[in-house]
Design a protein around this ligand. Structure first.
Ligand code: CTP
Length: 405
């Protein structure tokens, strides 16, 4: 199962130069197994043709409010009833104005007037239009009415100027739609802190010691926690993963940086999930200058770093989850870490198994619970494993509240 399996998304496209990027958004939604229907304004068709979207979605594009064939005049209601989420990508100043003022003079604006499902819009326009007080006031009205605005980005605009108003990144838009389409919200009001990625420990200004962690597992958990409604802080070592939508991201380098940043954000967290592959040792000294070659061997003296998870456990948040990446006799080591680090759950990951471990999109893990239960999960996408781990976090939070009440 992908993130949007079986979810029905109506994408409304309006007349901005960035309308061509809506094709990438549709592709992203389909990759996540959504069923997508597209409706375009006549202005949008100046920038991209409907055939592209028919080919991508496998459905005809809805354009006319009063089509010459079929059931006239009911398409707006049909689309609204069908949709789980409606997204306007890109949203021009004009459609934003119409939505804020309840105007409906074409198919898309009529669909939006009839919309009673979650709705988001991704504005795209020149910074002069975006900065216009009328546009800002209209967006405020929409925010207050519960529309989700996927904020535009700063950067090069269509005419070569630099400023606010670029359509948000298509991946981020897909992410925002996935969050809106998930009706569970079982982590709403919860704060979750997640660590991810490797750490890097400098030897000299040009060299460092690190590990193979890609960050994919931790980022997937952050995405899933945000999708289920949590307020998420992600503290990550160096990776090339982009910031997940709606997540506060802190990028750090060394184990010591990670320690400081985790403890800075620790207060008030409902759950902490340490996925990061934190270095256990770092060079005792970092050379100021590049170390030049000399003798045939070089000995680096290393010292232990602090065990972040163990220190968190001394003042344990309601839910504490660790990971154990192992290559041999892993189950025994993982069980020992669950006890030593006073965890509620440890996710054991044998990276020697095909389809598991670093940099892959899939993983094979075993969940080891404090009460001795062991669950071997089948090979699946990291995002699916992340969802399963969040099920456990939700269950642990409920159990603790039941015990306390
Ligand atoms: N961890 C941590 N701080 C460290 C080392 C590890 O918080 N300095 C956390 C990891 O994020 C993970 C868990 O502890 O959630 C287990 O990490 P792992 O590297 O598997 O185990 P270690 O405790 O470092 O033991 P060893 O390296 O001997 O297997």
């Amino acid at each position: 199962m992908a993130r949007l399996t079986g979810r029905r998304i109506v994408l409304g496209i309006t007349g901005s130069i960035s309308a061509y990027k809506a094709a990438e958004v549709v592709r992203g939604l389909i990759q996540e197994e959504a069923d997508v229907r597209v409706t375009m304004t006549k202005e949008a068709m100046h920038f991209i043709g409907p055939m592209t979207f028919t080919a991508l979605t496998g459905h005809p594009v809805a354009i006319e409010q009063f089509p010459s064939h079929g059931q006239p005049g009911e398409e707006h209601i049909d689309l609204t009833i069908w949709a789980d989420v409606i997204a306007v990508v890109p949203a021009t100043g004009n459609i934003i104005g119409k939505m804020a003022n309840g105007l409906a003079d074409d198919l898309l604006s009529t669909v939006l007037l009839a919309c009673d499902v979650p709705c988001c819009l991704a504005p795209a326009m020149n910074f002069r239009m975006l900065g216009n007080p009328a546009v800002q006031a209209n967006m405020d009205v929409l925010r207050k009415r519960g529309y989700h605005i996927i904020e535009s980005a700063y950067g090069p605009l269509a005419n070569g100027e630099i400023g606010e108003g670029r359509l948000a990144d298509p991946d981020q838009i897909v992410e925002a739609i996935a969050i809106l389409a998930d009706s569970r919200r079982d982590l709403a009001g919860r704060r979750v802190l997640i660590s991810a990625g490797p750490t890097v420990e400098p030897i000299d200004p040009v060299r460092f010691i690190t590990n193979r962690s890609s960050g994919k597992m931790g980022f997937s958990i952050a995405r899933m926690a945000a999708q289920r409604g949590a307020s998420v802080t992600l503290i990550t070592g160096p990776t090339n993963q982009p910031d997940p939508y709606g997540v506060t991201v802190e990028r750090v380098k060394s184990a010591e940086d990670m320690h400081q940043t985790v403890f800075h954000h620790l207060d008030g967290q409902d759950a902490v999930i340490m996925v990061a592959a934190v270095a256990d040792y770092r060079p005792k000294q970092t050379a100021d200058h590049k170390i030049k070659k000399g003798a045939s061997t070089l000995i680096l003296e290393m010292e232990r770093t602090r065990d972040i998870l163990k220190e968190i456990a001394q003042n344990k948040p309601p839910v504490l989850v660790g990971f154990a990446v192992e290559t041999h006799e892993g189950l025994q080591y993982a069980k020992q870490k669950l006890i030593d680090k006073n965890l509620d759950l440890i996710v054991y990951n044998d990276i020697t198994v095909e389809g598991a471990g670093f940099d892959a999109d899939t993983n094979i893990v075993t969940l080891l619970h404090r009460d001795g239960r062991e669950e071997v999960l089948p090979k699946q996408l990291k995002i699916e494993i992340a969802d399963r781990i969040m099920d456990e976090v939700v269950a642990l939070l409920h159990t603790q509240e039941t015990v306390l009440s």
